[in-house]
Design a protein. Sequence first.
Lengths: 350, 350, 350, 350
Amino acid sequence: MSRIPVTILGATGVVGQKFVRRLKDHPLFEIRHLAASDRSAGKTYAEACAWRLDEPSYGGLGDLVLRGANPGEAPAPVVFSALDSGPAKEIEPLYAAAGSWVFSNASAFRMEPDVPLLVPEANAEHIALAKTQQATRGFKGAIVCNPNCTATVLVMGLAPLHQAFGIEKVFMTSMQAISGAGYPGVPALDIVGNVIPFIRSEEEKVEEETPKMLGTFASGTVTPAPFAISALCHRVPVVEGHSEAVSVALRGNPTPEAVIEALKSWRGDPRVTTLPSAPPVPIRLHSAENRPQVRLDVERDGGMSVHIGRVRRCGLLGIKFALLGHNTERGAAGASVLNAELAHAMGYIG
Amino acid sequence: MSRIPVTILGATGVVGQKFVRRLKDHPLFEIRHLAASDRSAGKTYAEACAWRLDEPSYGGLGDLVLRGANPGEAPAPVVFSALDSGPAKEIEPLYAAAGSWVFSNASAFRMEPDVPLLVPEANAEHIALAKTQQATRGFKGAIVCNPNCTATVLVMGLAPLHQAFGIEKVFMTSMQAISGAGYPGVPALDIVGNVIPFIRSEEEKVEEETPKMLGTFASGTVTPAPFAISALCHRVPVVEGHSEAVSVALRGNPTPEAVIEALKSWRGDPRVTTLPSAPPVPIRLHSAENRPQVRLDVERDGGMSVHIGRVRRCGLLGIKFALLGHNTERGAAGASVLNAELAHAMGYIG
Amino acid sequence: MSRIPVTILGATGVVGQKFVRRLKDHPLFEIRHLAASDRSAGKTYAEACAWRLDEPSYGGLGDLVLRGANPGEAPAPVVFSALDSGPAKEIEPLYAAAGSWVFSNASAFRMEPDVPLLVPEANAEHIALAKTQQATRGFKGAIVCNPNCTATVLVMGLAPLHQAFGIEKVFMTSMQAISGAGYPGVPALDIVGNVIPFIRSEEEKVEEETPKMLGTFASGTVTPAPFAISALCHRVPVVEGHSEAVSVALRGNPTPEAVIEALKSWRGDPRVTTLPSAPPVPIRLHSAENRPQVRLDVERDGGMSVHIGRVRRCGLLGIKFALLGHNTERGAAGASVLNAELAHAMGYIG
Amino acid sequence: MSRIPVTILGATGVVGQKFVRRLKDHPLFEIRHLAASDRSAGKTYAEACAWRLDEPSYGGLGDLVLRGANPGEAPAPVVFSALDSGPAKEIEPLYAAAGSWVFSNASAFRMEPDVPLLVPEANAEHIALAKTQQATRGFKGAIVCNPNCTATVLVMGLAPLHQAFGIEKVFMTSMQAISGAGYPGVPALDIVGNVIPFIRSEEEKVEEETPKMLGTFASGTVTPAPFAISALCHRVPVVEGHSEAVSVALRGNPTPEAVIEALKSWRGDPRVTTLPSAPPVPIRLHSAENRPQVRLDVERDGGMSVHIGRVRRCGLLGIKFALLGHNTERGAAGASVLNAELAHAMGYIG
């Protein structure tokens, strides 16, 4: 069976390279075009950037000539976008208008009311927003977003609790990896031996994207979940993986044991379980008192599962726990690919 | 005027060395004895341990012969204790019974109802608990404790808000330095490139010590402050300095501007301001959006001030901010010395 | 075909765990016993230690009851030893006398003239020393050592040059990972943000083991290679992987191009190429001007290949280059397993 | 007595800020102008950059308006240059021609035969090259350079040995701090948990600057010292301070004891000892087997002394030792200021 051709927008950056690695041998998708800024278009992939991942270099596509990032030069029915927010705002609608399904890691359209913001295990049904989007905007294709990396990990941890109990309040303090800032990103002089209590716009993104993702889809719109949320975001000298300290108020004030049971038994949306990029289980629950730990745990399952440990009583909200997830896999490239696989499984593309 | 002789218990450890450095040229106190475990007693200070601080080595006392840690072998009217909790439980009362004022960094007696748990700028009046202690226990001297390092920093940040508004709820997520675990302490294999979401007993200490410190002293006892508190503690790969992400519910729900003003104008207990180890101001308020940062800020004022920045709205409790303090100076050796200076200024010793 | 039963000595430590991971699904060997100190014997593997590697925990052997480390309690025809040098000195000969082939990571017997010190790609023929050993010591089995981790990596880089040109002088400055010191090993307070220009006995080991390994086997003995060597060893804040800066004087003073060609074409001893743990190529040659880099390259090929880059003129010795290898895989557990595979392939065991 | 007015070129960068900090209360010099690129000129110092050092911010000069970097807009008899090499090549001669003495940290003119490349303790007499320079180039002032940071530290360690014995060969492997690359400099993603075996042009600079500095001045020219040298440079995750592993062949092959004695007794050029920025002793000799260590030792003496330890036999060249120095103090800003103090003491300026 032939695979669906895809274009990767922003293929030269850190997330773009992760798209290439994930898609070079994908069972459903086949890389047709790598696209980049006008500055890089016309160069080979190997000339245009330094490959930053493991072997094989450039996913074996070092000789592919980069195209311009537009539907005329690099058309495909499915597009993965690792563009920055500015270019994404302009380019992604051109593709959607031209009929492509755009799976975007950019923040540009995440909070648009007609754009699905997906964590498939948690809210696969939100993908139906794409129909609203096509109706409203006259797109033949659609734009489907994955959330901010910190919010993605948080939603993975919250979804089973929201489904089992209902969330009333959420507190989240993050300790985020440097890879989240892209490349060159954070100067070493800023972060070696340091903690930076500020990441621009990060707290706002977490606080607005999370309720949207855990919201209810009905009649073509998503009503955000009505819980209060506060995020406090930090950068720490860790290469990959966001650690999050989470406290939640849950309806009915369940015991830690009940919470552990809800997390342990959760498998997420059944349409997701068998997708090629889905992890064996969405949540890895740790029983050791000092786990999960980012350096030891975050690469498991190709970074697609999240990790929870230390579920315990919180004197303020009822339950607190340690949460961990992979910011550039589950929180970026892997997320978009999983979204596309979901869209395919649900008959939207292909 | 002659200085008061002091004994340092546990002089060979990290905190013990910091006591030596702080006391070798102190205007009020003069090191008379360095005391250590029986294993080390009889050796010179230089033989018994490796000096881990800057020059001069061993505070110039490398040739001093270590004494046994008991009032018979190493008597002094003022004692600074860097003992571990186990030995402290046994040895500190012997000194207090024999008439010494023991300023202890150990956790052994912190939560005893008749033992002052001091952060002098915040609760200098609690020192009067020593009289209750003397009456109850028949001590001629007394035991005065400084709190857990994380709790110390937190109380410094909360005290002005408790005094100005009244605290109703506190959320605190810490990112703590490796020096807090002593030496050898945390194995490098555990923490390099990592975040560990667990420090044994740390959350419990913060949650019980903080309300005691911010409690009310009357009629010989301290009534803990009645606020709810939740602490989530982490180890991060930072050498010195604890970063804390704090959210508070304050009575009357003041604006960030009002909170900033309360922090800025706070000078702490006036009896503390002129003590030799007191910092110029107890709180350094930062206006840069990404400060305080532990590597850049924590050594200021000899580590005796704490740092606050990013005072902003919290969607859950009302106010959140970034807090930073020095765990082995303000949170350990410097704290005990400041306590002793306070006791001296208030006429308890000397 | 049935696999050969093996005992792992010192199974609870860092290297012991790596033995377990490498051997749990090995095509030739089957774990029969895990052995540990008397303190741990009788406990299950899971009770006796904390598993520090990735999943599955304890290699799936968490319920196996540990045996005492002696041929009576934990016999097997093949033994892998992750013992410390002291116990190794006593226990390994007991096994060899009892008929076991002991593949040891310990330093105890490395420099004994009748003990093979193997890097199979470089000196497979040295294994014949085992016959001398059996004759001399009356062993029915034998002790076969792998070298110090730093020396292993160095020999991998030097062997092709020694074979192609002949080495006259070697300069090696190492920047070594913290994992090389075991667990708990290096205290974080010592190494975070630091470089330590001293590792006990390391320079001596490199300087004496390297000439033995590159020496000539004839008439039942090994004559060390006659080159002069100087090693300068450092610990740096890296988790896994030793970086080495190497300069060599080669006979005939070849050009960098000739050296690169010699490295690139080298495949090592042909008897090694097809062994289960052998890497696809022994040396990965990098052309990027800033590679190899330990964090990016060291895990390739399961850590069994070494990496070389920046081959260039040295104003002093003629040629200098950057060398990198995995200290706990190629330099420890993987090395011993490869030695055993070689012994099996050459008909010594099984 | 009135102080000599100075201009700081490139005041907004890391080294520029260190110039400001060193000169704001200097006994001989008084900051008259801060100069920067045209883009920054006209802004206040506080507007034009973020202060990256300790308090007081901007050396108290945050309100000073930046001038253009040329003798017309920012004239002064003494100029300190923290310019990049490109602008330095153009701007520094303009100042020298206009009569200023330019003390430059840039690499642009270091290897010009008529430009003094000073490490004052080692080669103060080279400053007389300035007269050759004035004669050749028609300058009324002069350009005086300090060397590359790595070379500076190396020359401090080699000078006493060259004077006592004569150096024949030098091997130097560096482990360099990230601050050496300026700001933003090295991306955190490149260096956290890593070692990079390449720093552009660094090995070449060390290999050509070192012999010039240790060369002989006579008849208006410097004849480079005739020893062979090889440098292997690495970046490691350390914030400040370059560690260097050094081996030397010395004439007469002295013992380690004789070398230690030569290092211990060396005080450097007597004209330097009393300069305001000179350290108490130029070399701090360590006896502990694992010192010097960059995190513990490099800030001593304001970073102006260098540290040596582990002097021992080298099997190849005769003597090897561990060397350490502060790359942005002794290797940059402090070096230029010390050069200017020397020029003043020798009557060249003021």
